[in-house]
Design a protein around this ligand. Structure first.
Ligand code: XMP
Length: 529
């Protein structure tokens, strides 16, 4: 069968999300998926092409770090407003729609009111299709605002349907054209009814059925992979984590033996991780696996490097070197597959190449050297971690595997602030294994998103058996999260932490003090580097 034809037949009714560079655009796609509707994100500069290709039944305009009154700030293609299909503009999306349809947006400082950031309450002033079955006239509801500029005059045809103290135009609607604009962000969890509002837009305004599932995602991705790869060869970087495993199994389903998986032991793995991965893939799956022992070259390259970004860049680059060598050995591969997830992408560069700010260069993305001569296959790029787990279950992976905590590509290197060497990795491996062992024994593993030990570049004085010690400090981290984008500290009880600290200091030579990290994300990040 013609693969392009196959792809079209699996592409369901959809919503086009136009990205203006907001940090949370992908959350819009996620809410739309949760409503059982397929969506794609296109940067504003490519939205016209995406519109023609997808023939969507609705459009959502995202937020942006830019301001509509700023010169050169992005605009939506005019044809979207003339297409006769529903539009929901969120924050910047509301403002840019207002501006492009003839209304007025002014910078917050000019209105003399400043911006509005964080939790806010709005009052519903009129019923509208977006609120159907959810919010009624006169009710007050919590929402999440994050804006400086304001709509000061709306475009013809619009009216106010909800208002807040800081945003008189909290929600505007043109029911005739089915255009809606919210000043707040319905896509974030801090707007408790936000997901339902987006579902209302998808189901009640756009008229979509909501019958799209992870099984459909699997089918669509398998068809896309076949189309992208054709009869070429793919090499997949397997880390043993959930993401790269799900990616490998999905790609294997699509192209079978055209896929070769490479597992790089860079010496930055957790205790026994390499054996676990080998057993898992050789014994349980019939997927070709090459294991590369690259510890020495990674350690040599990390020697003397203490800057986190330099570590990440080196590890990312060296990974690709190893892949290229392995690809050459198997007779060449045209594609490199990675289990890159959405949060890896958004914090490195904007998902769509737009202007969101770099927090860290996650190694699957920012570390790729320009010279890399393989194309990327990244079938999980639009998903959040919990969605990847759903997809893993859909693909038949056992729960115990699917439930594993995330482990970053640069491995223990970013859990050893400062210089990394083999002996420090060995110390950390032991401490980390004890910590996770205690967590499992306490039955807490599944309640925690991610737990790990960190080895600090600080030595402190201790006393053991009448002797003075002068050894390293070990930090413990455990967080809860739904997607890794934000995280809360896991509240262990003191007895548990005491037990872990005692075991680590007693059993791991080189550590004489243990501390617990009490920082949420934001303002911290989950990893220490
Ligand atoms: P941060 O530290 O940015 O981490 O709050 C968010 C999630 O991403 C993981 N992480 C990475 N994963 N390559 C990866 O594959 C990386 O370079 C990387 N850095 C962080 C981190 O473990 C957490 O789950």
């Amino acid at each position: 069968m013609d693969p392009a034809h196959n792809l079209d037949s699996t592409r369901p009714d959809s919503i086009l999300i136009v990205d203006f560079g907001s940090q949370v655009t992908q959350l819009i796609a996620r809410r739309v998926r949760e409503a059982g509707v397929y969506s794609e994100i296109a940067p504003f500069s490519m939205a016209e092409e995406a519109f023609h290709r997808m023939k969507p039944k609705g459009i959502i305009l995202s937020g942006s770090p830019a301001g509509v009154p700023e010169e050169g700030s992005p605009r939506a293609p005019e044809l979207l407003f003339e297409a006769g299909i529903p539009i929901l503009g969120i924050c910047y999306g509301q403002q840019v729609m207002t501006h492009q349809l003839g209304g007025e947006v002014r910078p917050g400082h000019e209105t003399g009111e400043g911006g509005e950031f964080g939790r806010a309450f709005l009052t519903v002033t009129k019923d509208c299709a977006l609120f159907d079955g959810l919010w009624k006239e006169g009710e007050r509801h919590q929402v999440w605002m994050s804006h400086g500029d304001k709509v000061t005059r709306f475009a013809d045809g619009f009216e106010i349907v909800a208002t807040s103290d800081g945003a008189p135009f909290a929600v505007i609607a043109d029911e005739k054209r089915q255009f809606y604009g919210t000043q707040f962000h319905p896509e974030v969890v801090h707007t408790p009814d936000g997901g339902k509002l987006i579902a209302n837009f998808a189901h009640k305004v756009c008229g979509l059925k909501g019958d799209w599932t992870m099984a459909a995602y699997r089918e669509t991705k398998v068809a896309e992979i076949r189309e992208q790869v054709g009869d070429k060869r793919v090499i997949c970087g397997l880390s043993g984590g959930v993401d790269s495993s799900v990616a490998a199994i999905l790609i294997h389903e699509a192209i079978g033996d055209q896929l070769t998986c490479v597992f790089v032991d860079h010496g930055l793995l957790r205790l026994d991780e390499r054996q676990q991965v080998e057993t898992m893939f050789r014994d349980h799956y019939n997927i070709p696996l090459v294991v590369v022992d690259a510890e020495e070259r990674f350690m040599a390259g990390l020697d003397g490097v203490s800057d986190p970004e330099k570590k990440r860049k080196f590890i990312g680059g060296e990974f690709i070197n190893v892949f290229e060598e392995e690809a050459a050995k198997i007779g060449g591969a045209d594609f490199l597959a990675q289990g890159t997830l959405y949060p890896d992408v958004i914090e490195s560069v904007s998902f769509t190449g737009g202007p969101s700010v770099t927090i860290k260069s996650h190694h699957n993305v920012g570390g790729l050297p320009e010279r890399m001569n393989m194309e990327l296959v990244e079938p999980l790029r639009e998903l959040f971690k919990d969605e990847v787990r759903d997809l893993g279950r859909e693909l038949g992976l056992p729960d115990i595997f699917v439930g594993r905590h995330p482990f970053p590509g640069p491995g223990l290197a970013i859990r050893i602030p400062g210089e990394v060497d083999k002996s420090r990795c060995d110390i950390l491996r032991k401490a980390d294994a004890i910590y996770l062992d205690e967590i499992r024994k306490a039955g807490l593993y599944d309640a925690i998103w991610q737990a790990f030990a960190v080895l600090l570049p600080v030595k402190t004085v201790g006393v053991m058996g009448d002797h003075r010690t002068y050894d390293s400090v070990c930090g413990l981290r455990a967080v809860t999260s739904t997607d890794g984008m934000t995280a809360d500290v896991y509240p262990f009880d003191a007895a548990f932490l005491t037990q872990v600290a005692t075991r680590i200091v007693n059993e791991v030579q080189g550590i004489n003090r243990v501390v617990y990290d009490y920082t949420s994300k934001p303002p911290g990040t989950i990893e220490w580097e």
